[in-house]
Design a protein around this ligand. Structure first.
Ligand code: NAI
Length: 699
């Protein structure tokens, strides 16, 4: 049973009981309507309370039903709400902890609502590219006024119940309980106090007019324009709320329905719903059960206080986990600590961090020059120079000093984690934790699972990732792991495009129009072009037959490494991040083109986007086939959270699915005909070719 029915004297209580957040799945909806029928049939019952067990009133739709026909099966949410509204006996919603989405819409169908302080109230559908679909856009404006309701609907952000009761004229809550603990008792008393009231108040009967309606909604449309550039939903929220102020309730409901159904079918909403599920799925590892016992991580050590070490340390300090940082020399430690201070102080200055929080965080940070001081920590993350010899020395020391059961992690971005593990006598405790720069900002964490990494180590680091608010994706061991292995192909295509006739600015613009946070050349300038150069030099040795454009090497030979040298593909003014096109770089590209005897051609934005994105997709298909990634949606998460891939496209794999894998393969076959491109690379990965012929998708 996912909804309980009890009678307390003359009051019936229907308690949603569908952990973790009382999602309104079919069985729960059925449970509510069954309870309503019993209560209305029982002459002893005078009033009915609807509430939630455990950690929520209701978090809304049941994600297990997402996109399945069950979600719409009768009684659907609108029918349940009608049952509440049409009840002959008063229905009181007793709301605590969380009332979101369908949960709040359900509450709005009750005759009365009593809320506990601290409850998070929201209509977050916009975050999935939708508008509320069970009357939320029509009922919330009636109880909060159009402006407050629209703010909540457009932002999707939760507002605390005690804030909402302070809104003048609000009718959302009839009462705020003294405390969360007293809610049940107070709801019972309230139910008895309204047991005889007739007619029963209905939200749908309330008036909702805006005095300057036209001007206000015009203003609101302009406000949401920025946020709806790639997303249609925010503008539709405005339309729906406007309908609430201008139409009769049932007509407004029809508008909401029509807009909701339209949005359900947009690629943007499909992409956002895909990402919502993908993010939840990423934390699950097929052969590591959810109940795997975890190791306790109450303190950590970080080796190396450079760019990455400092950022990694901050993540743990932010989460209240003590960090001991080790360096070889005192001045390196001092510099590392100073950078952490500087970062926090900037946050304090901007008002994003309170001084006392800053002090608390810094108090959790200690430093040392001696490995012997690390023995007490539960986990260590190494972020020293990217040289296997240095890693070897460090891991031998760690093996000597760390207590049994401690987790030994490396932040290496290119080295073989299995090799690093072999430097210790406990390879089962070794794992890769590949953070992205800046490590205190970027959400992505690639967890690199070595051949011998223990399952409980995997389970532990996945849960540590959650604690430090990272989105973790598991990658097997390979050169570049998931993200950088794919980006290498993307970079190679970028080079070919320059050779064939593009400028860096043209390529970047096309990709930014597609939605990338940054085109490939601006990204190279940000990350440092010397990094790619070093990798290519290695590749020239390892894979002498692999085709590369030499343009990027020529750029690096000029010392144009990017933002850090003030010049890369573009010029930069000190302290600013604006990329200013440079005529010399363009001339250098043209000259190189000439030396290769290439006549430049005009390349369309569409070709640029397809070659770059499909290069990611083809490499990703190999990665999937090799088992480096567990599932296609993990790859989407890597690109959304680590590489600025546009959320409204849902990641490269989801995008390929939307384009159609048959079309993707056709395009690849076309690219393979281009003598200046790499025909061998464009052979569709076997998995991709198979899915395309079978008419299937990755996800
Ligand atoms: P960095 O050069 O800024 O910092 C390395 C620090 O390690 C220096 O402060 C150095 O003094 C210290 N160090 C070197 N050898 C040591 C030893 N034996 N014992 C203790 N400390 C030692 O380098 P960065 O960029 O922080 O990179 C560190 C690691 O993170 C590398 O493995 C790199 O591949 C990886 N990484 C770097 C990313 C980036 O964007 N910079 C992104 C992801 C991973």
């Amino acid at each position: 049973m996912t909804a309980q029915y009890q009678v307390h004297g003359d009051v019936a209580i229907i308690t949603l009981d569908n952990p973790p957040v009382n999602g309104l799945g079919l069985a729960t909806r059925q449970g509510i309507t069954d309870g309503m029928a019993k209560a209305n049939a029982d002459a002893a019952v005078k009033a009915i309370i609807v509430t939630g067990a455990g950690k929520a009133f209701s978090g809304g739709a049941d994600i297990k039903e997402f996109g399945s026909p069950k979600a719409m099966q009768e009684p659907n949410l609108n029918s349940v709400i009608s049952v509440l509204e049409n009840s002959a006996k008063p229905v009181i919603g007793a709301i605590h902890t969380v009332a979101m989405g369908g949960g709040l819409e359900l509450a709005l169908g009750c005759h009365y609502r009593i809320a506990a302080p601290g409850a998070g109230i929201a209509l977050p559908e916009v975050k999935l590219g939708l508008i509320p679909g069970a009357g939320g856009t029509q009922r919330l404006p009636r109880v909060l006024g159009a402006e407050a309701a629209l703010n909540m609907i457009v932002s999707g952000e939760p507002v605390k119940s005690e804030m909402l009761v302070m809104l003048p004229g609000q009718k959302l809550f009839d009462k705020l309980s003294v405390s969360a603990e007293s809610l049940a008792e107070e709801a019972l008393a309230f139910a008895r106090s309204v047991a005889d009231v007739r007619p029963l108040p209905l939200v749908r009967d309330l008036k909702c007019k805006h005095p300057q309606g036209d001007a206000y909604f015009q203003f609101a449309r302009n406000m949401v324009k920025g946020m709806s550039k790639n997303f249609p939903a925010p503008a539709k929220c405005v339309d729906a709320v406007e309908a609430a102020t201008k139409k009769k309730f049932d007509d407004g409901m029809a508008v909401e329905r029509e807009l909701f159904i339209h949005l359900m079918w947009t690629p943007e909403s499909k992409s956002l719903r895909h990402l919502f599920l993908a993010e939840r799925a990423a934390s699950k590892i097929p052969d590591v059960p959810a109940d795997t016992a975890q190791r306790a991580i109450n303190s950590i050590a970080v080796i190396g206080a450079g760019t990455m070490g400092g950022g990694i340390a901050m993540n743990f300090l932010n989460a209240g986990i003590p960090v001991k940082m080790l360096e070889m020399k005192q001045d390196a430690l001092d510099r590392g600590v100073a950078t952490i201070r500087k970062n926090y102080e900037a946050q304090v200055k901007k008002g994003k961090l309170k001084q006392d929080k800053y002090d608390q965080r810094m108090a959790l940070l200690t430093t040392t020059l001696s490995y012997d001081d690390l023995g007490g920590t539960d986990m260590v993350i190494e972020a020293v120079f990217e040289e296997i010899g240095v890693k070897e020395a460090v891991f031998k020391e760690l093996d000597r000093v760390m207590k049994p059961g401690a987790i030994l992690a490396s932040n290496t971005s290119t080295l073989d984690v299995d090799k690093i593990a072999s430097f210790t006598k406990r390879p089962e405790d070794v794992v890769g934790l590949h953070f992205f720069s800046p490590a205190n900002v970027m959400k992505l964490l690639e967890v690199v699972r070595g051949a011998k990494t223990a399952k409980d180590v995997m389970a532990t680091v996945m849960s540590v990732a959650k604690k430090i608010r990272k989105t973790a994706v598991v990658s097997g061991v390979c050169d570049g792991f998931i993200g950088n292995r794919m980006i290498e192909q993307y970079g190679r295509q970028g080079g070919f495009l320059l050779d064939e006739g593009c400028t860096p600015a043209q390529v970047d613009k096309a990709m930014e129009k597609f939605g990338m946070a940054m085109g490939p050349f601006r990204m190279g300038d940000l990350a440092g072009n010397d990094i790619g150069w070093a990798i290519r030099k290695r590749r020239y040795q390892e894979k002498p037959n692999m085709k590369y454009s030499k343009t990027a090497d020529l750029l690096c030979e000029k010392g144009r490494y990017g933002q850090k040298t003030g010049a890369g593909w573009y010029d930069y003014v000190a302290g600013k991040r604006d990329a200013i096109p440079n005529a010399e770089v363009v001339a250098m590209i043209e000259e190189h083109r000439k030396s290769l005897g290439i006549t430049p051609r005009k390349i369309s934005d569409e070709e640029i986007v397809q070659r770059l994105v499909f290069s990611l997709v083809n490499e990703a298909a190999h990665i999937l086939e090799e088992g480096i990634a567990n599932k296609a949606s993990d790859i989407d998460i890597v690109y959304i959270f680590g590489y600025g891939f546009p959320a409204h496209r849902g990641g490269p794999m989801n995008y390929a699915d939307q384009v159609g894998l048959f079309n993707v393969v056709q395009a690849m076959n076309r690219f393979a005909q281009n003598p200046l491109d790499d025909a061998k690379f464009w052979q569709p990965a076997p998995m991709l070719a198979r899915l395309a012929t079978e008419g299937k998708t990755f996800n």
